[in-house]
Design a protein around this ligand. Structure first.
Ligand SMILES: [Zn+2]
Ligand SMILES: [Zn+2]
Length: 250
C-alpha cells in the first residue's frame, strides 16, 4: 500500500504555512514542519491502514510536497518537481486568491485545534456527486453541513418564522411543503447558513444567519460548480434569473 494521494485540505494547510514562510521550502528538520506533519496525520481524512505506513505524512513527505507546491506556482521559473493537477490547482488558487485561501486555512486550523472537526462524523453530501470535493476542502464542507443540520437551530428558526407570521417557504422559489404535501409536509423546511464557514470562520450561529430553503434549492446552494460550492439564496436567485439583481445582499 502506498501513501494516499494528497487531499485539498492537506494542500491548503501546507500552502498556508508556505505563505507564512514567504514560499521557502518547509524543511523536514524544522520543528514547525514536524508539527505540521503531526497535525496532518491527525486529520480524519484517510483510512486507518494508511496511518500505519511510516512515510504517511512524515516531515520528509511534507517537505517534498511543499517543494511541489512552490514549483507549481504560476510564474515559477526554476526546475519543476512532480506535483499533479490538484497541487497545481491549489498553488494557482493561492496565487490568485491568497486572502480567501488563507481564511479557509485558518478556519480549518481553528476547527482542528478546538477538536470540533475531528468529532464530526462524515456527512452524506460532503463530496460532490462526481466524487469531487468543495474548493475549501472536505473537512470544512463536512463541518458546514453538520453545523446547519443542528436540529435545535432548525427548530428555533421554524418557531421564530411562525411567531413572526411568515410562511414556511423557500426563500428562493417560494416552494411550500405544507401546501404541496399536506399534513406530511407541514412544518417541513430546510435551513441554510448564509455565512460560509470557510470565509466567516467558526462562530456562534444566530437565527438571522439561517435562510429557509426547499430541498432542491438547498442542493443547488451547495453544489460544486465553477469553483464555488456555497451560495446564498440571493446568489442562487441571480443565477436562475441570469444575473439580474433585486438589490438584495450578495
Ligand atoms: Zn426552492
Ligand atoms: Zn445549506
Amino acid at each position: 500500500m502506498r501513501s494516499p494521494a494528497w487531499t485539498r485540505d492537506e494542500l491548503l494547510l501546507i500552502c498556508s504555512r508556505l505563505v507564512n514562510s514567504d514560499w521557502r521550502q518547509l524543511r523536514a528538520y524544522q520543528a514547525s514542519t514536524q508539527e505540521l506533519a503531526e497535525l496532518l496525520r491527525s486529520l480524519p481524512l484517510h483510512l486507518g491502514a494508511a496511518h500505519e505506513l511510516p512515510e504517511f505524512r512524515s516531515a520528509t513527505s511534507v517537505s517534498r510536497k511543499s517543494a511541489d507546491l512552490i514549483t507549481s506556482r504560476p510564474g515559477y521559473t526554476g526546475p519543476a518537481t512532480r506535483g499533479g493537477q490538484l497541487t497545481r490547482e491549489i498553488a494557482e488558487a493561492f496565487s490568485a486568491r491568497e486572502a480567501e485561501m488563507m481564511q479557509a486555512a485558518r478556519a480549518l486550523e481553528a476547527g482542528i485545534s478546538s477538536g470540533a472537526l475531528v468529532q464530526i462524523p462524515e456527512q452524506p453530501d460532503e463530496m460532490g456527486e462526481d466524487g469531487s470535493t468543495a474548493p475549501e476542502g472536505r473537512l470544512l464542507a463536512r463541518w458546514a453541513i453538520f453545523r446547519e443540520r443542528n436540529p435545535r437551530l432548525r427548530k428555533q428558526k421554524i418557531a421564530e418564522t411562525k411567531r413572526l407570521g411568515q410562511p414556511l417557504q423557500c426563500s428562493v422559489c417560494d416552494f411550500h411543503f405544507g401546501e404541496k404535501y399536506g399534513a406530511l409536509g407541514a412544518d417541513y423546511i430546510e435551513v441554510h447558513h448564509v455565512l460560509p464557514l470557510h470565509a466567516a470562520g467558526p462562530r456562534e450561529t444566530r437565527l438571522e444567519d439561517l435562510a429557509l430553503l426547499c430541498a432542491n434549492c438547498h442542493r443547488m446552494c451547495h453544489r460544486s460548480h465553477q469553483g464555488t460550492s456555497w451560495r446564498t439564496p440571493d446568489a442562487l436567485r441571480r443565477e436562475i434569473t441570469g444575473g439580474e439583481t433585486d438589490g438584495g445582499s450578495p
